[in-house]
Design a protein around this ligand. Sequence first.
Ligand code: FAD
Length: 265
Amino acid sequence: STSEQYRDFDKSKVYMVDLESGLHYLLRVELATHKTLEGVELKTFKDFVTVVAKLFPGRQSVVKLLETLLEWLVSLPLEKIPYEAILDLANNKMRISGLHLSERVQWLGCQGSSVALRGYPCSLWTLFHVLTVQAASRPDALANTALEDDPLAVLQTMRQYIGMFFGCRECGKHFEEMAQESMSQVKSLDEAVLWLWRKHNQVNARLAGSMSEDPMFPKTQWPTPDLCPTCHEEQDGLHVWNEDMVLAFLKKHYSAANISPKYTS
Ligand code: FAD
């Protein structure tokens, strides 16, 4: 049956099970639609693995798996890698290390009121918010990689990934338009955190009331006042964001300390 029981969760938390399920889906489902990776696709995948291996604040076994994948990708002189080889490696490492990317996809903070809603796209947003926040709080984490010293490292990697691999092509097109418009104005790791927040709200505004909205999770301008009262201000009767407060909130909300291990097994 498709209707697993709905489980209560806390909207003020981020859940590791969503992040791991997202990685699982990305590696085993989304990537699988590309039979071989070469050229810019391979470069994009390498950058993605670099960013997650270095910045994902995950369980040790998951980080180890990502690091092994990265070492392998970097050491391979191949210009073309069959997807099967990536899958084999992931499977082998997971068997040897006693697994640890959850064997199946399950959502908690990203669960929808039906299987077609929320889930993977929600986890991907969450993952990239976590990664921009990690990059800002650990500026040296990407030292000695191809992405070192670039405040745009995470955003550019996301942009490439979404444009090339994300199953929703329409989303990729929209995201690319937003990136072209303003991503180059981002000059610091903190600005990268705020840029992604702003663009995500722009998407929320566009999708409010649309087919892809889960009626149980209406699209809002986020964080709502109940999550962050000080993020909201009024100027001449109009709502404005206090961006210093928003930045502080994002850095707390998407920090490693706010990621709950609930339901990771
Ligand atoms: P999501 O929007 O997925 O958000 C997940 C969680 O992030 C929320 O529950 C909340 O806790 C938090 N959050 C919400 N807003 C913010 C914010 N501003 N900053 C930080 N955290 C926030 N769908 C379409 O139909 N058309 C599109 O063009 C489209 N473009 C997309 C582009 C990208 C890059 C991605 C990853 C997804 C896109 N989607 C698009 C999917 C859509 O944005 C949602 O992910 C999907 O509808 C599921 O919505 P959701 O309710 O789970 O919340």
